[in-house]
Design a binder for this molecule. Structure first.
Ligand code: GLC
Length: 738
């Protein structure tokens, strides 16, 4: 039976196809102003075509307008590299052979570089890889604040301080978008744990929200110009964040003037009416109606599919609501897939691997060193390497940031490259952590099977250590469940798999023991006083092994600084009650409730203000050289105060120092943290070289958020500018008055 197209449709279709006048319609004209292209395309679209764009058509794509030649939008994980292709409607790998990417370091590793230029380089490289793979929206970076060290996704984020994360997310976003790819900054907002992430309501006061949990997102939008934002799974203020009126309409699109698209987390959209009215633009999904089971023709069941059409036809939804979504989506298409400038990107180039290696190395943090580093093993001597993380591939796993990479250099291979023929390198596993080698069909090819008992593994390591000149321990976490992994939080910050006992046993028999902790989140280090040197390593991506050995051998002078506090124990932290974390179930409330009672006292803001000793403080990181601070001053300027100082490299090797500026408000009507980061500069200095460093302090740097007035307030009174090499290593205290 022939399908009869209503006459109006025929007329409309004829009218809106590109007229054969030889002049291409405005929306197809790359040099036409963006908004003209948007309006022209919108005027040619049918209601059904507009609705189709607002939801998923496959696991990682949302519809375009085939009739008008407007392409679909392809979304891709993740923040550390371009996820391997999956099947149209499955999470399973599609088994392509051209999608092995460059795996860049985890974002916590980037944060530890404290280097804005490296963040731009990172964004540019990953943006090139996304573009080359034909992806329009990169689902990253993640910038949720490190409220608890237990958060399973700490490795995907940029630490515990909103200023650090904000300063680094801006160049990352700009780098990605320079390639005609939208950065989709996530997960908006107050999404600070994995436990019950789709069923917990974050209860946060406005001051805490504006001072801690929004600033990095605000900078990503207002300074970085982010084209996309991903709503988070949790609730805030009693509404799911993928359609949260206060966050998406009032703050993001209202106060910040965001003109891009809000994309739901996969299955994060939970309500038909709120999806229409509360700022969601593209509903992406795991299954129909959120995370629940699939249904046939599931994409047309999505909240912004059939239910949206029904509401548009019966008046419960308006054309204006639809057009606002469609405009934002079209704007995204004309910024990416139909970008005015052609972008072709590049994939797994030597430059990308070199960038990955540089970023990984620059983010390694030397926590302690009695001179045992850089490694020096006598010719013909023996270097014993202990620990599963010297061998286990770490680019895989962790959840949606899991990657299939062209290659991964593991630490053991990098050590052999440097030492073979000069020094004997022996490896002892020491413990068994995670034996998985297949991650959703991304197969590592490693054999992690082990027949020895834990006791035997320890004994073998210790007896080998007795014969070694230097012992290099490489352990930590491994992105398996509960160990830095999406969907599961950690249970404690104690090292798993009996590693503390192993390290203690090694310390008993070795007088030259270097410990490298590879993790994406803080771990307790009760053995810190018993080892000679400690390096905080990260999931460093394809070149992680080379980067680590570059630092261990001194080829690269470490310059990383901790982006979060390393507490002595979890119980020292600010989250003391169930209601603070992981939340409580309350009478008559459908969802779990989590109360951010600690307010703004997160991370060092807590430990510093409460004068609680920590293992290693926020901003801490040593070098193989030394830096002297001098001539620090603060002077009133037209638009604030100018802090100046001189930093000198007084050691024998070139190195980089991250000069940090904290502000302390000495008299305020509210309790404020003892200090807050408001500036940092990374300076690279040759031996004996000096450099003047200056910071401008403006009123906004002195302000706190006054919820009653819904405004930032800088109260008159005494302030101090604290300049230092870490939040605890303050080299100059400069008083000034507002
Ligand atoms: C996941 C994650 C999000 C990811 C998305 C697509 O649940 O929360 O970060 O981008 O789904 O995989």
């Amino acid at each position: 039976m022939r399908t009869l197209i209503p006459s109006a449709m025929v007329a409309l279709t004829l009218f809106s196809c590109a007229p054969k006048t030889g002049r291409s319609p405005v929306y197809l004209n790359p040099s036409a102003p963006l908004e003209d292209r948007v309006e022209d395309a919108l005027s040619r679209m049918t209601l059904e075509e507009k609705v189709a764009m607002t939801h998923a058509q496959s696991k990682f794509s949302s519809a375009g307008v085939p009739r008008l030649g407007i392409p679909e939008l392809w979304h891709t994980d993740g923040p550390h590299g371009i996820r391997p292709e999956v099947l149209w409607d499955e999470w399973d790998q599609a088994g392509w052979t051209n999608d092995s990417c460059t795996a860049f370091p985890a974002l916590v590793n980037l944060a530890a570089t404290w280097d804005r230029e490296l963040s731009r380089l990172y964004g540019d490289c990953i943006g090139q890889e996304a573009r080359y793979r034909g992806k329009d929206i990169l689902l990253g970076p993640g910038i949720n604040m490190g409220r608890t060290p237990l958060n399973g996704r700490t490795f995907e984020y940029m630490g515990e301080d909103p200023y650090l994360a904000g300063e680094l997310v801006v160049p990352y976003v700009q780098g990605v978008q320079a390639n005609g790819v939208a950065a989709c900054v996530k997960h908006f907002a107050v999404n600070n744990q994995e436990t019950r992430r789709t069923a917990t309501n974050s209860v946060v006061d406005d001051r805490t929200l504006y001072e801690i949990y929004l600033p990095a997102f605000r900078k990503a939008v207002t300074e970085g110009g982010a084209w996309a934002i991903m709503g988070s799974y949790n609730l805030y203020n009693g509404q799911f964040n993928c359609h949260n009126k206060k966050l998406l309409c009032d703050i993001l699109k209202g106060e910040w003037g965001f003109d891009g698209v809000v994309v739901s987390d996969w299955g994060g959209c939970r309500d038909d009416d709120e999806a229409v009215s509360n700022g969601l633009d593209i509903e992406m999904g795991t299954w129909t109606n959120g995370l629940r089971g699939a249904a046939s023709d599931s994409y047309s069941n999505y909240h912004l599919a059939r239910p949206f059409l029904e509401r548009l036809r019966d008046g419960r939804a308006t054309a204006e609501q639809l057009d606002d979504k469609a405009r934002r989506i079209l704007r995204t298409v004309f910024r990416t897939a139909m970008s005015p400038e052609p972008h072709y990107g590049s994939f797994t180039s030597p430059e990308h691997f070199a960038a990955a290696r540089k970023i990984a190395a620059e983010g390694l943090v030397l926590l302690k060193n009695d001179g045992t580093l850089p490694l020096s093993v006598p010719e013909g001597g023996k270097l014993l390497v202990v620990g599963e993380n010297a061998y286990k591939m770490m680019v895989v796993g962790g959840g949606s940031s899991n990657l299939k990479t062209k290659y991964e250099v593991i630490p053991l291979d990098a050590l052999h490259e440097v030492y073979d023929g000069k020094v004997q390198v022996e490896w002892q596993r020491g413990y068994v952590g995670d034996v998985t080698t297949d991650y959703n069909k991304v197969v590592t090819g490693q054999d992690l099977s082990e027949s020895r008992s834990a006791a035997r593994l320890l004994e073998d390591a210790v007896s080998a250590a007795r014969e070694a000149d230097v012992v290099l321990y490489i352990g930590g976490l491994n992105k398996s469940a509960g160990q830095d992994n999406e969907g599961t939080d950690r249970a404690d910050i104690v090292l798993p798999y009996g590693q503390d006992a192993l390290i203690e046993a090694l310390a008993e028999v070795s007088s030259r023991l270097v410990v490298v902790n590879i993790s994406g989140s803080p771990v307790a280090m009760p053995w810190a006083d018993r080892v000679n040197a400690i390096v905080q390593g990260w999931y460093g991506g394809s070149e992680s092994g080379h980067a680590l050995v570059d630092v261990l051998t001194g080829a690269v002078n470490p310059s990383g600084k901790l982006p979060f506090t390393m507490p002595l124990s979890l119980s020292d932290g600010p989250l003391k009650t169930e209601r603070q974390y992981p939340g409580v179930k309350e009478e008559g409330k459908q969802w779990w409730q989590e109360y951010y009672d600690e307010g703004v006292f997160v991370g060092y803001r807590w430990y510093d203000t409460r004068q609680i000793p920590v293992q290693y403080p926020f901003g801490h990181g040593l070098s193989y050289t030394r830096f002297e601070y001098s001539d620090a001053s603060v002077k009133k300027a037209a638009d604030g105060w100018k802090v100046q100082l001189t930093v000198k490299n007084t050691g024998e090797v070139a190195g980089a120092e991250v000069v940090q500026l904290y502000i302390a408000d000495r008299e305020a009507s509210v309790e404020r943290p003892a200090k807050e980061l408001k500036g940092f500069e990374k300076v690279y200095l040759q031996p004996s070289e000096s450099r003047k460093v200056s910071f401008m302090i403006g009123r906004e740097d002195l302000s706190f958020f006054d919820a009653a007035r819904h405004a930032w307030v800088a109260e008159p009174g005494d302030f101090e500018a604290l300049v230092g090499s870490s939040s605890a290593d303050i080299r100059a205290r400069l008083e000034f008055k507002l």
